[in-house]
Design a protein around this ligand. Structure first.
Ligand SMILES: Cc1ncc(COP(=O)(O)O)c(C=O)c1O
Length: 376
């Protein structure tokens, strides 16, 4: 019986050597390598600026705060996401206001946004779920009409594109994750991409306690005691994290090609199976292919996962509880079952299968064979 991992990262020997070079050097924290990575990421994304952070959660929190979102405000988002999205909103003091999702893709339904807008709404925070972008052209139009900011949760979507638009190009800021299981990773890490110079400068201060100079700038220019001029947090990416990411950015499209092949193999095998469905990639979309999820009959979900586990096939649930039904959010805002029926229906049906470039064809075929054997 093969032993299949749920995920394997792509950190190479050369990435490890870059990290060793940092560890053998003088400057470990935010310095030149972070700067190099930020420039390279911005170039890759077709954005003007990128700001490295400790996580995507921190990136979203900072971006919301930089745009003035705070206590008493509302931010519109999706309930079918990882809790990080709404936690970032909650920690600004604002309320996460959910709208339901489109059943075909699992993405936030842009047509429901206008109905959710109130006098308190300050921003829209869409999630490019599993790597497929939401319709940013539509969302930008709504945001402009109501003078709202758009912060994209692009944790799954560094490589994505929809109708010629990439993350960070129409939003006021896009936030990325380099967590352990993401398409490129430095164990834990994140970034904000944007096109406004002033906001980029502000974010660089905000990620470092609101101080005027970073430790590296003080080191370069010899010591001066920096002033704190704005409020901030401790969300700065360090040189060790950046050193692991710089080389992966060169290989990101190669990784994507392989994940695309794997997803096509899954999709071809599962296409005409009545007991199984999966999110559709829409025309005009380059799906970043972070995660491959199947939707099964809720009454069979646990049994299928147990049976796959016994065959050595690990699966997860992204996600089996929509955020509005998490205990904290239910208690805090009185959300209840039935509030967002599409998101709730998908959550009950979701099984996430292994997807990463190192997955071998025979492993993919073994996964497919076992899923079909259980279902047919
Ligand atoms: C949609 C989404 N947003 C945000 C995050 C948080 O990313 P991080 O762990 O880098 O804070 C995740 C993590 O998996 C995620 O899936």
């Amino acid at each position: 019986m093969p032993h299949i991992e749920f995920y394997r990262h792509n950190i190479s020997e050369s990435d490890i050597n870059s990290a060793i070079k940092v560890l053998r050097g003088v400057f470990l924290s935010t310095g030149k390598i972070v700067d190099d990575f930020e420039k390279k990421l911005a170039r890759y994304l077709g954005c003007q600026y990128a700001v490295g952070t400790t996580s995507c959660t921190g990136a979203m929190h900072l971006a919301l705060m930089a745009f003035g979102v705070g206590s008493g405000d509302e931010v519109i988002t999706t309930p079918l996401t990882f809790v990080a999205t709404s936690n970032a909103i909650f920690h600004t003091g604002a309320k996460p206001v959910f709208v339901d999702i489109e059943p075909a893709t699992g993405n936030m339904d842009a047509d429901l946004i206008e109905k959710a807008i109130t006098k308190r709404t300050k921003a829209i925070l869409p999630v490019h779920l599993y790597g497929q972008m939401v319709d940013m052209k539509k969302i930008r139009k709504i945001a402009d009409k109501y003078k709202l900011k758009v912060i994209e949760d692009a944790a799954h979507c560094v490589e994505g594109n929809r109708d010629g638009v990439r993350p960070g190009q129409l939003g006021d800021a896009a936030c990325f994750s380099f967590y352990a299981t993401k398409n490129i990773t430095c164990c834990e890490g994140g970034a904000i991409a944007l096109n406004d110079e002033q906001t980029a400068k502000t974010l660089k201060k905000m990620r470092l306690q609101g101080l005027e100079q970073s430790a590296y700038e003080r080191y370069e220019k010899k010591f001066s005691s920096p002033d704190m001029t704005i409020d901030g947090w401790k969300y700065n990416m360090n040189n060790l994290q950046a050193s692991l990411l710089v080389g992966q950015l060169d290989r990101i499209e190669k990784f994507w090609q392989r994940r695309q092949e794997i997803c096509r193999r899954y999709e071809k095998a599962f296409k005409n199976i009545p007991a199984l469905n999966f999110p559709k990639t829409l025309p005009g979309v380059k799906n970043a292919r972070w995660s491959f999820t199947i939707w099964v009959n809720p009454s069979q979900k646990n049994e299928i996962q147990e049976k796959l586990k016994k065959k050595g096939i690990p699966t997860t649930n992204q996600w089996s509880l929509p955020v509005h039904l998490m205990t904290f959010y239910r208690k805090k805002y009185s959300y209840k079952p039935g509030d967002f029926p599409n998101a709730e229906a998908i959550s009950k049906r979701t099984i996430t299968l292994p997807l990463y470039p190192k997955l071998k064809n025979q492993e993919i075929d073994f996964i497919i064979k076992n899923v079909l054997e259980i279902l047919l």
